[in-house]
Ligand binder design. Structure first.
Ligand code: CO
Length: 170
């Protein structure tokens, strides 16, 4: 039985866990399913369109995204990806990104605009999907977290300087 989800604490910029490499999920058991319920609830609590497990202090390769939240905040359609792997990418797009772990900082990031990503769902079933535009950007942002990479790492020197003082405050 899954208990009522609880909101997990978010780890903020400066916390070492955000720089660590997360481990592959081996077994999808009851405890993991409960964690994922909490994890999804936590993303919505913070108004996010995506979240990665290390942001809530769990170094496992799990992300959740809900790209349509941006335009349709009343609808909930979370997509959980376990052990996601970006297998192919192409194109280029520039998007203003932010991160629940780096509050108050937004910057334009250039990334591939199309990706093919494979992942497992909660039923241990393997999927392979192609995404374009905003959903593709979110998946890349969240997958980066699993390798300790933050969106600010993608900025050029000038953009990094512009946000440097704000980062110090965090
Ligand atoms: Co983030």
């Amino acid at each position: 039985m899954i208990n009522k989800p609880k909101i997990l604490p978010i780890h903020i910029y400066g916390d070492k866990i955000l720089r660590s490499k997360s481990e592959k999920v081996i077994t999808i058991d009851k405890n993991l399913k409960q964690f994922i319920e909490d994890f999804i609830a936590t993303m919505y609590q913070w108004g996010g369109v995506g979240l990665s497990a290390p942001q809530v202090g769990v170094t496992k390769r799990i992300i959740v995204i809900d790209p349509q939240r941006k335009n349709n905040p009343k609808k909930y359609s979370p997509l959980v990806m376990i052990n996601p792997v970006i297998e192919e990418s192409s194109g280029e797009t520039e998007t203003e990104e932010g991160c629940i772990s780096i509050p108050g900082i937004y910057a334009k990031v250039v990334r591939p605009s199309n990706i093919t990503v494979s992942y497992k769902d909660l039923q241990n079933k393997q999927h392979r999907i192609t995404l374009s535009g905003y959903p593709a950007v979110i998946v890349q942002h969240e997958c980066d977290h699993l390798d300790g990479i933050l969106f600010i790492d993608h900025l050029n020197t000038i953009a990094k300087l512009e946000i440097r003082n704000k980062l110090k405050e965090l």
